[in-house]
Design a protein around this ligand. Structure first.
Ligand code: ATP
Ligand code: MG
Length: 451
């Protein structure tokens, strides 16, 4: 292994510790990533200095997790987590240690960490790597292995099994046998983990290059049934027609396809969940073929419940559920311009691109065949052409306002609202009507009916 390149800013920070006779190590993901030849995004430091001492060393320190010995140092535009060496004991709820005890040696601190690849310390400003659990060898072998006894480590913290699978899909590593085999016995502990912590792992899985890796391992170990039972229920739900896969494999392929296209997390989540309503909406038609009539509505409903369970923010939930609800559009060339405009309004102009990405992922995943180059092109071209012709898509685009309608004697409140909607509908159908004069005439006529 060549010499590791240490960022000059880290050297500078290290000097601040060592001049006061304190030890400091780079630890965790940053060391793991350096050993894999990548620059780390965040820096975690471990030190023998107590949190109060760290706070005295730097002018800008936030006591983010001071109970657990962690403070955040803000230094030259960077935020670093600095943790005093510690051991942990008494994980009574399987979530967080009850007590934190400071340790005097870095080795003790490393022994509380989850995986060998995450339990390597790099002394700053310089010195040989501290690797008491052979993490370097495991990184070379691309292997995820618990520090110590996997059953005990998972019983302490039920998030660790999920982290193991998340790292597997992020880095393409294997989970070592004993570590993997300990997961089914830890399900009861994982069940107690807070939904927010699981959600953060799910997001990292979705952001990884091949999310199916984690989800298939989740299935194998029972985590899928525990955390995402709606998805687990899609196994062996067979589909006919163009489909080559059952609903679970189809969903995982769609999610991977979205990841390959570097689609945003929202689209990847929608790809994963877009068909979870199929097991519930399945029925046999007169020819003995499975149909999934209106499954997108059921998928949308189940997805909302699932995402609420993991405490996703409402805006995120709405975004994902909307894509799922709209994923079954069927464009044909004989759509009128009005139909195209209604499609744009229903989806939302700024969400069209995500819906196209979802459809590409979905289509790829029916047969795992590369899509034709012009896939969706007729619709996209048509949408662009229609938008170029007229951008009258919302009330804001109309040249008349509520005030103008007041002027011709239409009362505010529900009647006015209905007339404005009717004007918009008329313009969406025929943009030539979108002049002030014409709309006021139409409004005048409608006054009798709605007013
Ligand atoms: P990344 O930041 O890329 O997701 P990471 O390894 O830095 O990966 P963090 O969650 O930032 O992960 O945690 C930093 C370090 O803290 C880990 O490398 C590991 O040593 C330790 N750690 C984090 N979570 C746990 C846990 N649940 N149990 C034991 N050790 C943990
Ligand atoms: Mg990290």
């Amino acid at each position: 292994m060549g010499k590791l390149l240490i960022h000059p800013l880290l050297q500078e920070i290290a000097g601040i510790f060592t001049r006061r006779g304190k030890q400091v190590f780079l630890v965790g993901g940053a060391v793991r990533d350096l050993l894999r030849g990548r620059q780390a995004q965040d820096w975690d430091l471990a030190t023998d200095a107590l949190p109060q001492e760290v706070m005295a060393l730097f002018p800008r320190v936030i006591p983010t997790g001071i109970k657990h010995g962690t403070v955040t140092v803000h230094f030259k535009g960077r935020y670093l987590e600095v943790t005093t060496y510690r051991t942990e004991s008494g994980y009574h709820d399987g979530r967080r240690p009850d007590q934190v005890t400071y340790a005097s040696r870095i080795e003790e601190d490393l022994s509380r960490r989850d995986f060998t690849m995450n339990a390597i310390a790099l002394p700053l400003p310089t010195g040989p790597l501290v690797d008491p659990f052979n993490g370097i060898a495991d990184i070379r072998a691309r292997r995820i292995r618990c520090v110590g006894n996997p059953q005990e480590r998972f019983a302490e913290d039920g998030l660790r099994p999920v982290r193991a699978l998340r790292f597997a899909s992020q880095m393409g590593f294997e989970v070592e046998k004993a570590t993997l085999e300990a997961i089914p016995q830890a399900l009861k502990t994982t069940e107690k983990v807070s939904p927010e912590r699981i959600r953060d792992e799910l997001d990292k899985i979705l952001a990884s290059p091949q999310p199916s890796r984690a989800f298939l391992l989740m299935e194998k170990t029972g985590l899928l049934e525990l955390l995402l039972p709606e998805l687990a229920a899609c196994r062996n739900i067979e589909q006919k027609g163009f489909h080559r896969f059952d609903v679970l494999d189809h969903s995982l392929l769609a999610c991977d396809a979205a990841a390959r296209e570097k689609a945003p997390g929202l689209v990847r989540a929608a790809a994963l969940l877009h068909d979870i309503g199929k097991p519930l909406s399945r029925s046999l038609d007169a020819h003995g073929v499975w149909t999934f009539y209106q499954h997108e509505q059921v998928s949308a409903r189940l997805s909302r419940d699932l995402l609420i369970r993991f405490r996703y923010p409402n805006a995120v939930i709405d975004g994902i559920v909307h894509l799922i609800r709209e994923h079954m559009f069927h464009y044909e060339e004989n759509w009128s311009d009005g139909a195209v405009r209604r499609f744009i309004i229903r989806v939302g102009e700024e969400k069209l691109n995500n819906l196209y990405l979802l459809r590409r992922a979905d289509a790829y995943a029916t047969s795992a065949q590369e899509l034709p180059r012009d896939f969706l092109l007729p619709l996209i071209t048509r949408v662009d052409a229609v938008l170029a012709k007229s951008r009258a898509l919302s009330l804001r685009d109309l040249p008349v306002s509520g005030k103008d309608l007041l002027g011709i004697g239409i009362k505010p409140g529900p009647p006015m609202g209905r007339i404005l909607s009717a004007l918009l509908e008329a313009v969406v159908e025929d943009p030539a009507l979108n002049t002030r004069e014409t709309l006021l005439t139409i409004a005048g006529n409608l006054k009798e009916r709605y007013g």
